[in-house]
Every structure is written in structure tokens, then in C-alpha cells.
Design a protein around this ligand. Sequence first.
Ligand SMILES: *Cc1c(COP(=O)(O)O)cnc(C)c1O
Length: 437
Amino acid sequence: MKYYNLKDKQENVNFKTAAIKSQGRQKGLFFPEEIPQFNEEFIQNLHLYSDEEIAFKCMKDLIGDEIPPEILKTITAETVSFEIPLKKINERISILELFHGPTLAFKDVGARFMSRCLSYFLKDQDKKVTVLVATSGDTGGAVAHGFYNVPGIRVVILYPKNRVSDVQEKQLTALGGNISALEVNGNFDDCQNLVKQAFSDESINSALFLTSANSINVARWLPQQIYYLLALKQWKQHENQDPVIGVPSGNFGNICAGLLAYFRGLPAEHFIAACNENDVVLDYLKNHQYRPKKAIATLSNAMDVGDPSNFTRILELFGHQFDHLKNMISGYSIDDESTLKTIKEVYEKYEYILDPHSAVAFAAMEQYLNDNPGKKGFILGTAHPVKFPEAVEKAAHIIIDIPESLNDLMKKEKKTVEINADFEELKRFLLKINQEQ
Ligand SMILES: *Cc1c(COP(=O)(O)O)cnc(C)c1O
């Protein structure tokens, strides 16, 4: 399958190049040249297919023969090798729990697929590949676990000192091995700037084979479609109407994967873009004008994005038809106070504990369903509540049971190298580890 650059349609690359380069010229995102349709029989009979078969069928037309089928089957099976259950919260709202993977957040799905694709594509590369990534929290852990012990690859993660949660920090720093964590004296923007400088620095790029693992990479974006199919398979076991789908959104990669699946033939009644106070896309839905803003810090910090990168892919999917887009997507902005109130109410009424991101989606879904009686739907549960214990305790005074796997992790030692937000320090570090290994 060919992918074109949304900023320069002359640039056409195959899946492998798109996955290795992440972005095209002028930092443009890659987009598939065709939208391959799901077979109707397949969609009608999802219950007859195993999760592994669904994952493989979902991905194969988007990759073509660039990965041999037996290998792609292994990769897709490993992508969904943890449970992804759809649970009913009440009569009208279910939740797809995407947080049973190694770092307890949905980003594990994309990171697992991407790490395995890169490891296949780069297996004959004699230079070691360095994956360089800046994180505000969840991305780093998912990438670290996705690439842990993958031969030929080392990972360097930059994160802002004292600005990620304890669990997130341990997920970044306790693995060791081929994963290095740099604790930066600065904020997330500083981390991201350092990474950008490294990608454009000649001496680094001639010494190291650098690649990125950010969420705009096609190998992280596309596999997120898989769980919309897995949700539908479970949904159809007890519902006979098409679902409204509510997605907690920040960079809009997750909802964009759902929309792509919809354009390929996934039945869906409507999509809800559930945002916190960072509401650029909602403004666009209201007045057809897109104006990036500075991100505001909220309780659902993985959604604190002021200029969502995947928005351009959504426009492309809808062929820039504003009316069509507006009919298919509703946006809601939920503030921190309502997020806490939602966590409390859902716990008291249904004994279900939501994390702040999923709570934003629940509140948005409730509002939509109140205005649209007779409809039903599911939200994507993007993180385990245990990753955000302070918010959950504050909302509902509940102390959450810590899963076994997390207890073991929390006992491990944190291994980091502290650097200032100074490019020369990053450069010295990168050139040094390159000599050591
Ligand atoms: C990254 C993240 C989101 C936002 O997903 P996008 O694809 O960026 O819209 C939502 N919830 C959690 C827990 C996340 O880590």
C-alpha cells in the first residue's frame, strides 16, 4: 500500500518508509492512497472470527505484501495479546477496557504493533536503530515496553522531571536494558524541542540511525482500528442497533482510527469527540474555523493538546466536506469539576471506577444520549484508574486496588540520567551511548 504526504501529495512512499520516517516533507503526515473496504460477510460475522484473525484481516490490506502474511499474523496476534473486554456500565453505556496491556493504557496497542514492524523492517540494518521520543506521560511507557529487548533497537525517552505520575515514571525508568530514560529539567515542550533538534542535527544523524515513535506514525495510528472491530464483535452479542462511539481525545489519533474503520465499513451510529478544556476541534465543529491554542493543564493530562496533529487526517477522510463531518461527529468539552463529579457518580451508581480520561468520555456520552433518546453506545476506556490515583481518590474517596504487575513494578529501582534542557547535553549523551554499544 502506498501512503502520500498530506502536505505534499507528490511524496508517495510505501508502508515501510512511512513507518520508519514517521513524517514526510514539511512535517506532513502520511495517509493511505486508498481506503480498503472490509468484506461485508466479515463485518456481519465477526463473532465467527478469533480476535487474532480480526486483527490480521484489519491490517493486511493496509500493508500489502511488505510484511509476509505469516509474520504479519504473528505481529497482529501479539498486538492484541491481552484482554480487551466490552463491559456494560449501565443500560445505555458500555466501556471498552483498553487498559489491560503492559502499561495499563490504550497506547500499548499501537506501540506493540509499531515496535514489531520496525524490528522486522530493520532486521538487516547493520547500524543499531535509536528510537528517540519525548513524552508527557503515557507514550514513553508504552514505547519503552513495546521495544524492550527488541534486537537491534535502543530507545531513548525524554520526560519532564517531576511532571509525570509515579506510576508513569516507573514505567519509563525501571526497565533498563535497551531503554534509557532522560529526566529533563524542564517541561514537556522542552523535551519535544530537544528531540526535534536532534532530528535535524547533522553530526547526530551521521553517527546514529534515528527514528521516532510518536503518535502520528502510521504504524501506531492504523492498528488502533483493530479494537473498534473487537468492540463491535462483543457489542453485537447483546445489542441490535449500531453504537454511538465516544472517544477521549487529545491528539485525535484514536478517534481518527475509529473513523477510518467507519469509512472502511464498520457500522457506527455516530462518533463523539470527548475533550477536556482543550477544545480547538469543538470550536471548529461549531464555526468551521481551526485555530490552534496553547494547551491548558487538566486532570486528564494525556489530552492536554492545543493543536491536535491528527486533525488533518480527519479532514482528509471526510474529503474536506464540513457538513458530512459535522453530521458524523459531535464534540463536547468537559471541565475538571465535571470530570471529578462523573467519577464519583459512576462509582456510586454503578460501582465502576473510571480514570479521568474515560470519565470525560462518559460525561460527553451521557450528554449526547440525553439529547438523543433511544440511542446507545460505548466509550473507549483509555487508561486504568490506578494510573491516576490522586484524581480518583479526590473524586470518590476510593483507594484503588493495585494490580499485582504494578506492585512488582513499583518495587523496582528508577534508573535515569538527569539533563538540563540544553541540546548539547542531549547530543553528548547520544554520541556516548552510541560508542558504548
Ligand atoms: C494519549 C491518550 C489519550 C488521547 O488519545 P489521542 O489519540 O491523542 O486522541 C486519551 N487517554 C489516554 C489515557 C491517553 O494516554
